[in-house]
Design a protein around this ligand. Structure first.
Ligand code: ADP
Ligand code: MG
Length: 359
């Protein structure tokens, strides 16, 4: 199960990983309500009594995750006893892989989730990679390799969640991957602030605005974009405060800023592919950003010469790729196999990821 930086909710999949080709047997999405989203957002910054609030939210999330699990099992007619494990990402509230910090926090009370579901839970999948000197992210590239790699075509997978990350599937070289910048998170935050809606459906609001070139340049000049991978990021960097610092006179119209933020996502992805995925022929998008038709059209325009499509064309619909990846990562942990790719995260070695809470 995956609950990403967008704070939209939790995606749960039932996966059969016994065959060489992993099978998706069922899916369930459980949205967060506004109170939960706001409480989680508040924990992204220091605040009063945050240890208690974090613990209470972990419990609340675990109950929601357990409910989503029960719904999925009922929907698919599968018993808890038939499930080997839940791979549970948890909800990131801090991600600080920098050498002077080296920690990442995903809220979930995995013990409670195991108790409520009667299913073994694999949680805290990022910490071990960070302990080994890695970024702890992205973790999906190994799964992308397992399901999307072609032996002849050079593919790139772009997951556009709150943050966007790239997997470079060069048939003749080691797999690489990295976070490339904001996916939907800035667009979502700006949209909420100015329209009261959680996201800009299909980019319709952005389409009414015009890109502000100076602002786009200012945003793209953030050192993160020029940084050589391995690299990862989160709301710790790309948030409204960061954006507001760049809005010099606050005279920009909100829809023009939205258009500029959409273009920032497009440009940062395109530049990352140009810089770090030389020779790429096909770009496949997954994650909620794949629903933003304006974003996808702009990306296709700018990536002229390359095929741009959704991962649906490779057999997994965009909404379930990441949750599927965390099921796969849980299996790696259960089988005591590594889940990280050192060329992606920069960890000093392959590591078995996650903490196991037996049923
Ligand atoms: N129809 C749509 N139009 C534009 N954006 C969309 C649409 N559907 C989903 N999204 C975006 O996708 C996000 C959720 O994507 P998701 O892959 O779940 O991200 P995360 O992994 O960060 O939770 C939403 O917050 C929203 O920004
Ligand atoms: Mg999500």
């Amino acid at each position: 199960m995956m609950s990403g930086t967008s704070l939209d909710g939790v995606d749960v999949v039932l996966a059969d990983l016994r065959a060489t080709t992993p099978l998706l047997l069922g899916t369930c999405y459980c949205p967060y309500n506004d109170d939960l989203r706001e409480a989680l957002l508040l924990l992204h910054q220091p605040g009063y009594d945050e240890l208690h609030r974090a613990a209470m939210l972990s419990n609340q999330l675990s109950r929601l995750y357990a409910k989503a699990t029960a719904d999925l099992l009922e929907k698919t007619g599968v018993l808890a006893a038939q499930i080997v494990a839940i791979g549970c990402h948890g909800q990131t509230i801090r991600h600080c892989p920098e050498p002077e910090k080296r920690y990442t926090i995903q809220l979930v009370n995995a013990a409670l989730l195991a108790e409520l579901t009667g299913i073994t839970v694999v949680a805290d999948l990022r910490s071990r990679d960070i302990a080994a000197g890695g970024q702890g992210a992205p973790l999906v590239p190994a799964f992308h390799e397992a399901v999307f790699k072609s032996s002849s075509r050079h593919r790139v997978i772009v997951n556009i969640g709150g943050i966007a990350n790239i997997t470079n599937l060069d048939p003749y070289h080691a797999i690489t991957g990295f976070d490339c910048g904001p996916g939907n998170s800035l667009m979502d935050a700006w949209c909420l602030q100015h329209t009261g809606r959680n996201y800009d459906q299909n980019g319709q609001w952005a389409a009414t605005g015009r890109v502000i070139p100076d602002l786009l340049d200012a945003l793209l000049s953030a050192p993160f974009f020029a940084q050589i991978p391995p690299k990862s990021t989160g709301r710790d960097l790309f948030n409204l405060r960061w954006l507001e610092d760049k809005l010099q006179f606050s005279e920009e119209s909100p829809e023009d800023v939205q258009a500029t933020l959409l273009q920032l996502t497009v440009m940062s992805i395109a530049q990352a592919i140009d810089m770090h995925c030389l020779g790429a022929e096909e770009v496949y998008v997954c994650g909620g950003g794949g629903h933003n038709s304006l974003l996808i059209n702009r990306l296709a325009e700018i990536m002229s010469g390359k095929k741009v499509a959704l991962t649906d064309q490779l057999g997994i619909t965009i909404d379930w790729v990441e949750a599927f990846a965390f099921a796969w990562l849980a299996q790696q942990a259960i089988l005591r196999k590594p889940g990280n790719l050192t060329a992606v995260t920069g960890a000093k070695g392959s590591r078995i990821l996650g903490a196991i809470y037996p049923a």
